[in-house]
Write a protein that binds this ligand. Structure first.
Ligand code: NOJ
Length: 512
């Protein structure tokens, strides 16, 4: 296994509830993942990022953790997790574990002890006040404080079942350092850090005022925590810390990537960007420049368990994404979205840095926007009117109808009847399928450590080279464009018209 693998890896996000179910209860689990590891080996990914699998009341699908050193029974047990790590390593696949440091579950022993008046109260943000201590709006919308008795409130930036921890307290810091070691000792190759920029709050609790320092986003004190986490990671061999940092200010973003802090962070700039050549080029340039400045590898993300699947996004009239601009239910041309998603895969898999593939993206799944309201589980829905369930629907493996071999029971969220030609089985061996496109692209990434340079192919065309003999060309110009002189077309996201590259199509070329 190579050193600094995170710099150019393809990292596949497993959302355990929806990957594969081994015990027939309709919810994915570790047994299911172990049974389907061959899919990830055949896809050729370098690493898996596991969304949380810890004991949890599932108020936020596992991002409300009640014990970071165990596995929720719905997913299996610790010995199965260890077996999965070992089997993945045997298959040459690394494992990234998800750690959620901003908050824990209200069922965690610490919070229960805090409510009972124990010393643990200081590990949280309790405030005595007649009225709500601040008017802060939580990250899912809605208020950020819940009352526990006549005049005491606690802070939760997400749901009331996710009380925020007080990172000023040494016990909180010590606990998470011990949790990192726990998982590194069990072979975890990396840690994905949830809501990495939110940990600290201004103890004066000021209101959010435009132009003033934000009371809970990106406070400088957080960097000291990541410096100490980096020292721990460095005690082990080849372990990576990867931050979930949503931040429009690129300079503030790259502060997290200074040489003694995190190894990488999710770059969501391109994910939110419209399908537009000028905006996409400037997003890519901004990303490359910012990361070069700190010597960190860029990352490329098209989808994850929080955002509308990009087949749907790219099929809409408005192709941007942001939580503030809810486009749920606006018409989506899925054929167009699929064509663009195929081209986007060749884009993200050929840019310098590491690329994330969210489970189902390799199958070309779209957002399920027809989940009946009474089956919606995402706590964001009640607060923002947007549900993330549509991108969390269980994967289709084989067969002609739901549950497509995901489970022998009833899947926890309904799968569309139209997914019968999106199963792994239906796509395997079909050279025109999304799955075979991903398999080929990942196999062909031998250029991944070569120098990047833009190639000028005229207005509306994004093109670059990696080293002397590889180029990626993506046509967003509105009509067919000629391919540059080349020796071979290594891979194309759609049919070519001789030496013409049709609109919304990308090609990988070996140059003469
Ligand atoms: C970010 C996670 O990706 C999301 O799913 C979760 O709801 C919040 N953080 C809170 O943990």
């Amino acid at each position: 296994m190579t050193n600094q693998w995170w710099r150019d890896a393809v990292i596949y996000q497993v959302y355990p509830r929806s990957f594969a179910d081994g015990d027939g209860d309709g919810v994915g689990d570790i047994a299911g993942i172990r049974a389907r590891l061959g899919h990830l080996r055949d896809l050729g990914v370098d690493a898996i990022w596991m969304s949380p699998w810890y004991p949890s009341p599932m108020a936020d699908a596992g991002y409300d953790v009640s014990d970071f050193r165990d596995i929720d029974p719905v997913f299996g047990d610790l010995s199965e997790a260890e077996a999965l790590i070992a089997e993945a390593h045997e298959a040459g696949i690394r494992i990234i574990i998800d750690i959620v440091p901003n908050h824990i579950s209200s069922e965690h022993p610490w919070f229960k002890a805090a409510l009972a008046g124990g010393k643990e109260r200081d590990y949280f943000w309790f405030r005595k006040s007649q009225n709500m201590p601040t008017n802060w709006v939580g990250e899912f919308g809605g208020t950020a404080w819940t009352k526990v008795d006549d005049d005491t409130w606690y802070l939760h930036l997400f749901t009331p079942e996710q009380p925020d921890l007080n990172w000023e307290h040494p016990a909180v810091r010590a606990e998470f350092e011990s949790i990192l070691r726990f998982w590194f000792d069990r072979g975890a190759d990396g840690i994905r850090i949830d809501s990495a920029a939110l940990l600290f709050k201004d103890p004066a609790l000021p209101e959010v005022v435009e132009g003033e320092p934000h009371p809970f986003h990106d406070l400088d004190a957080v960097h000291d925590v990541y410096r100490s986490w980096r020292r721990i990671a460095d005690e082990y061999e080849d372990r990576a810390l990867i931050g979930e940092v949503w931040m429009p200010d690129v300079e503030r973003f790259t502060n997290y990537l200074r040489p003694d802090e995190l190894h990488a962070a999710f770059n969501f700039d391109l994910l939110g960007c419209a399908w537009d050549p000028y905006l996409m080029r400037s997003s890519i340039e901004r990303t490359l420049d910012a990361h070069a400045g700190v010597g960190a590898p860029p990352t490329w993300v098209l989808s994850n368990h929080d955002v509308t699947r990009h087949v749907t996004r790219y099929g809409r009239a408005d192709t941007t994404f942001s939580f503030e601009n809810n486009l749920d239910g606006t018409p989506a041309d899925l054929e167009l979205g699929t064509r663009r998603a195929r081209a986007a895969a060749l884009l993200t898999l050929s840019l310098p840095g590491s690329a994330y593939v969210y489970q189902g993206e390799e199958l070309g799944l779209w957002e399920n926007e027809s989940i009946p309201e009474d089956q919606i589980q995402d706590p964001m829905y009640a607060r923002r009117g947007h549900t993330r369930d549509g991108c969390r629907v269980p994967l289709p493996w084989s067969g002609d109808e739901p549950p497509y071999d995901f489970t022998t029971g009833a899947p926890w969220l309904p799968q569309p009847a139209e997914w019968k030609d999106r199963t792994v089985q239906a796509q395997t061996g079909d050279p025109s399928s999304m799955l075979e496109l991903y398999r080929s692209a990942i196999r062909l990434r031998a250029f991944k450590d070569r120098d990047f340079a833009w190639l000028d192919r005229g207005a509306g065309v994004l093109a670059w080279t990696r080293g002397a003999d590889f180029a990626c060309v993506l046509n967003l110009s509105g009509g067919p464009v000629p391919l540059p002189e080349h020796e071979t077309v290594l891979l194309a996201s759609g049919p070519l018209d001789g030496d013409l590259l049709p609109q919304d199509t990308a090609a990988w070329l070996r140059l003469k």
